[in-house]
Design a protein. Structure first.
Length: 156
């Protein structure tokens, strides 16, 4: 595989640089407009951060979870996961209880937490429908395949 500027012809190098520039601009647009994607969170739960919502969605999807499992799914340290859970608990969105084996604490969502996740999921579903309407099924499937190859971004 040629690296732009090393084994590539001048034409290939120029094309690779343009693609990289386009990708850079696309990523900036996504990051700078991510507040638009989280809009329902701010309307529903104004005191919950994006990181807390990500944590809440993970807990809601895989509950009950231990702190270690939450940290692994967040790709974060255990102290950071504990901090996020404590914040969610203060908003009455999750509860911590002793597991049946009595050797660990598990976290589960409360009805309030489930409501917040449902509101966010609805917003993302609406956005996904608009994207699919614009791209079509085939291009949407390609987009999903490509995004899954680079997600999570912090593992690149």
């Amino acid at each position: 595989m040629a690296v732009a500027g090393l084994d590539a012809t001048p034409s290939q190098s120029h094309t690779a640089c343009m693609a990289n520039s386009q990708l850079s601009q696309f990523l900036a647009e996504v990051v700078l407009t991510s507040h638009y994607l989280a809009e329902p969170v701010s309307k529903t739960e104004s005191s919950v951060s994006d990181a807390e919502m990500k944590c809440l969605k993970i807990i809601n999807s895989f509950q009950p979870l231990s702190m270690q499992e939450i940290a692994a799914k967040l790709h974060a340290s255990k102290p950071r996961a504990t901090q996020l859970v404590a914040l969610l608990e203060s908003h009455e969105m999750v509860t911590r209880t002793v597991a049946e084996d009595r050797r660990r604490i598990v976290v589960q969502t409360t009805p309030r937490g489930k409501k917040a996740v449902a509101a966010l999921d609805k917003r993302y579903d609406e956005l996904a429908s608009r994207i699919e309407a614009k791209l079509g099924v085939t291009d949407t499937e390609t987009l999903c395949r490509l995004l899954s190859a680079i997600t999570p971004l912090n593992k690149l």
